[in-house]
Design a protein around this ligand. Structure first.
Ligand code: ZN
Length: 121
């Protein structure tokens, strides 16, 4: 297992934990909201719960996207194409992969102004 593989493994584990944590938090907020629906007398409290729910939902969506990116990166590595740049086909480099496990671009393509990095940039 290379250093980049280890980093990727760690990142996936922590991304999975984050997704699980945020899902549990969101579930808690939803359950809470259903048990205590906001009424007119508690309008302020109701809107802050709604805000918190939206905030956690946004964090969860972000964490899930990241996990999908990392899973895709792991799959590419398993299939043997993970260390190749998706734009030019050259090796991305172990050092860059260790720093940005989900990246699909070599440093030259990622920093080229005409190419938008897809993930991890
Ligand atoms: Zn490239």
């Amino acid at each position: 297992m290379t250093a980049a593989d280890e980093v990727l493994h760690e990142e996936r584990a922590s991304a999975r934990r984050l997704v699980a944590d945020l899902r549990a938090e969101l579930d808690g907020i939803v359950t809470d909201q259903e048990a205590n629906p906001p009424d007119d007398e508690h309008d302020v409290e109701g809107s802050s719960v709604a805000y918190e729910r939206a905030r956690v939902a946004a964090l969860l969506a972000h964490a899930e996207r990241r996990l999908v990116d990392l899973d895709a990166a792991a799959e590419r590595r398993t299939s043997g194409s993970g260390d190749r740049c998706g734009a030019c086909g050259r090796p991305i480099g172990a050092e860059r992969l260790a720093a940005l496990p989900a990246t699909q671009r070599c440093v030259a393509c990622a920093s080229a102004p005409s190419v938008r990095p897809l993930g991890g940039g």
